[in-house]
Design a protein around this ligand. Structure first.
Ligand code: FPP
Length: 232
């Protein structure tokens, strides 16, 4: 969800106004993907590297996450959404950690859209944590090194048992993954748009899905197993 800062600066407003304006596209995406029976949606809200931003911007973002959890969890729950926060939550305030745990516990039984919000998340961190967890299991004798295959490794990652993303959307004009779900995006179709996140509306979402539909997904094989969206 890139481009909030530039969106605000172009209006002569503080960058934090862009983050506030970024909430509505978040709501729209959750609503639209749930309506289209998408199984899982993961939003990159705050990276491990974003801690390097000015203290006041970080504080505003954290307050925004806290308020959004407070305000939105009832509606998410009513719509059958299961919410999980992925990332290094030990770096978050105790108050925010508590609110996250409550929201996760409340929505855990839901069977609709699986919504992950990445906060204090980095792809390198995710892979290192998984490696450390596996090393601990090997050291304790619970696992043999030969048992570490792709399935065992990916089950230790933050997305756990979720299917790998089919589609990655980045707004804001940059054409890179920027340390998002590095392992899980191995075969994702990448869609980049210059639209700044606060301007990402239904038309842009539909354009991303239409772009996805044009892709031939081969997963390393000669022919696509099925039409777009298919997996071997
Ligand atoms: C990147 O834009 C965006 C962020 C660092 C924050 C994303 C947060 C939201 C959209 C707020 C709501 C989210 C939730 C889940 C409640 P940028 O600041 O890097 O923009 P720039 O590239 O123009 O500077």
């Amino acid at each position: 969800m890139d481009g909030n800062g530039r969106w605000a600066e172009a209006r002569g407003e503080p960058r934090t106004a862009g983050h506030r304006a970024g909430i509505e596209p978040v709501r729209m995406c959750i609503r639209e993907f749930a309506r289209r029976d998408v199984r899982a949606l993961t939003l990159f809200a705050f990276s491990s590297e974003n801690w390097r931003r000015p203290e006041s911007e970080v504080a505003t973002l954290m307050a925004l996450f806290f308020d959004a959890l407070d305000r939105e969890v009832d509606e998410l729950h009513a719509n059958g959404v299961r919410l999980r926060i992925i990332g290094d939550r030990r770096t978050l305030s105790v108050r925010l950690q508590q609110r996250i745990s409550e929201a996760e516990a409340r929505t855990a039984p839901n069977t609709g859209l699986m919504l992950q919000v990445a906060v204090s998340y980095g792809g390198h961190w995710d892979i290192l944590e998984a490696a450390r967890n596996l090393a601990r299991k090997v050291a304790s004798g619970a696992l043999r090194p030969e048992e570490i295959d792709a399935a065992a490794f990916s089950s230790e990652l933050q997305l756990g048992g979720l299917p790998d993303p089919d589609l990655f959307i980045r707004t804001g004009g940059e054409r890179r993954i920027s340390n998002f779900l590095l392992w899980n995006l191995a075969y994702a179709e990448l869609h980049f748009t210059d639209v700044l996140w606060p301007d990402f509306g239904i038309a842009e979402l539909e354009a991303a899905l239409a772009d996805f539909e044009t892709r031939q997904r081969r997963f390393g094989m000669v022919r696509a197993p099925r039409a777009a969206g298919g997996r071997p």
